[in-house]
Design a protein around this ligand. Sequence first.
Ligand code: HEC
Length: 150
Amino acid sequence: MVSKKNYTRLAIVLALVSLGLGMQQVYAHKEPHALDQLAAFEQVFMEQVRVGDLLFHGDGDTQKNLNVNLSRTGMACAMCHPFASDTHPHEFPKFQEQMSQFATLRDMINWCIEKPNEGERIDPDGPAMKALEAYIYWSNRNSKLDPGRH
Ligand code: HEC
């Protein structure tokens, strides 16, 4: 038979265990960011968007600075994709018909540089790719994530 005393002990043990579990909870972001930190992050992001915008519009100086050649046809990305239209960053990764393979947005950016633009493919982790990606995502920022879609 369980005595009243034992019930009390059990209750205390359970309370301690749940307290312990609660304390072990892990948070991705422990501290909320201060406003000036957020402003600094936003500034870094928008600077990348600005560089990407210049590259997307075929700016020669920016390409020279980053040592890339995005086109030999004289066509800039924006001539076929005004305001980054039809770049669909939210649909990646997906099976890409033009490449007959499963592709990331970066794969597709390089496909456009090499095929329609006849330029030189860029380092997928390099600064030009990061900037182009920033501009394309920013231009499509209200799209709903829908990976794999066509
Ligand atoms: C001469 C026209 C032309 C130019 C210039 C061009 N593209 Fe494209 N782009 C296309 C075509 C055609 C497709 C494939 C059809 C499609 O998916 O819309 C495409 C597709 C894309 C896609 C994938 C869209 C999707 O949903 O699959 C991305 C991303 C993209 N281009 C980025 C770029 C970037 C970045 C540049 C500049 C470096 C660029 N394009 C320059 C014609 C062009």
